[in-house]
Every structure is written in C-alpha cells, then in structure tokens.
Ligand binder design. Structure first.
Ligand code: DX5
Ligand code: ZN
Length: 220
C-alpha cells in the first residue's frame, strides 16, 4: 500500500490557517487532519465543525476528521464532507459504534475507527467490514507534544496482522501522536499507512512545511 501524510491542523499557526493550508497544498500532503474535541471524552477542546466546513471550502486536499467526542453520532450531519474524506470516531466513545459507522457511510463519507492505547486491536475484528480506516492512537488523545506509548509498534503490527487475516489488507492503518521521523520509520515497517504529522515532524522550527513533509516521506 502507498504511504500517506496527514497534516494535523491543530498544530499549525492558527492565526494564519489559510496560508498554512495553501502551503500544505504545495507541500503535497495527502490529508488534512482535524481534531474535534469536546472537553469530556478528552480533557481539551480544539477545532470545531464550522472550522471543518470552512477548511473544506478552501481546499481540495481531502479531510481526515478525528472526532474525540462522546456520542459522536449526534454530530455526524454537522460537517459537509464527501467521498474523499475520512470521518473517524472512537470505539470507546460510543456504545453503538457499529450504527455510527453505518451512519457515516450512509452519508457517502469514508468511516474510520479510532482506538486508544489501552484498547485491544481485537475490537476491529467484527467491525472491519464497516470501516475504511483504522486509527491507532500512539499517545492518549487530547494534546500535541506527548511521547509515543511503549506498545505502539507491537500494536500496529498486531492490527496489521489482524486486518490481513480478515482479508482486509486494503484497509489502511493510521497512526496519530508523536509521529517523529524516527517513530514514523518504525511504525511504517510495522504496517502503518497514514501518518498524522504534528509538532513532532511537520510543524517544527527552522523548517518550512514542504521541506518537513519531504524529509518525512524520505524515511518511509
Ligand atoms: C491528537 C492530535 C495530536 C497531534 C499530533 O489526536 O492529532 O496527536 O496532532 O502531533 P504531535 O506530533 O505533537 O504528537
Ligand atoms: Zn488526531
């Protein structure tokens, strides 16, 4: 499978978001990752639905929306997404996540299922037929600038093996949190396909976005 870069907009300069998006277009990133939080499922609040729609209106880069909110089904209809975009919900945030995944696909959007570090990959087994992407959190969600959790490589490998064993080798695995060049290289070898790039590799001092994206691609 090809490897894809997803730029985490919460880590961009929020005072110059339009410019950053245009710079990311030139840098050739594959997705824009938008973190939606509710201050309850995770102890932080970042980007919101209106911003998702505003970003959608200024770029053709597909969006990769990561919802860290309780009962995400309440909000699926608030975003104007299309068949090229991912809408990702957390396994832990929704008692009826199977129904929510179907709701996302009914809207013609690609459905992603995210799992926290402590959640076993086994929960993907009976949901694999309903997802277009599995998001393995490599830190506890909520904040940029954290450290990769120790089991991240093992878990990515386990997830890839499970999906392959289910004849779902075409479902990409996304990794999110502390994806530095070094961690990206390792996780790529474990079977990760989409890399959420934040403060650990893309939005860094002394490097423009195009250079940082190129440097990351070079290690995959
Ligand atoms: C949370 C966010 C963060 C962040 C990643 O879901 O997606 O993980 O953007 O960036 P760093 O590199 O700071 O962990
Ligand atoms: Zn995220």
């Amino acid at each position: 499978m090809n490897k894809f870069l997803s730029a985490s907009l919460m880590c961009a300069d929020l005072t110059k978001l339009y410019d950053s998006v245009k710079e990311l277009e030139n840098a050739g990133v594959d997705y824009l990752h938008l973190d939606i939080m509710d201050g309850s499922f995770v102890p932080n609040i970042t980007l919101g639905f209106d911003l998702v729609n505003a970003i959608k209106s200024i770029t053709d880069i597909p969006l990769d929306v990561h919802m860290m909110v309780n009962e995400p089904s309440r909000f699926i209809d608030r975003m104007k997404l299309d068949k090229n975009d991912y809408l990702c919900v957390h396994y832990e945030s929704d008692v009826h996540v199977h129904r929510t995944l179907a709701q996302i696909k009914d809207r013609g959007v690609k459905a992603g299922l995210a799992i926290n570090p402590q959640t076993p990959v086994e929960c993907l087994r009976y949901l694999a037929d309903y997802i277009d992407m599995a998001l393995i959190m490599t830190v506890s969600p909520g904040f940029a600038g954290q450290k990769l959790f120790v089991g991240a490589e093992r878990k990515t490998k386990d997830a890839r093996e499970l999906l392959n064993s289910l004849d779902c080798s075409s479902i990409p695995i996304e990794v999110d949190g502390n994806i530095s060049l070094e961690n990206g290289r390792k996780l790529s070898r474990c079977g990760a396909d989409i890399f959420v790039l934040g403060t650990s590799s893309l939005f860094v001092k002394d490097k423009n976005l195009a250079q940082a994206a190129a440097d990351f691609r070079a290690v995959l």
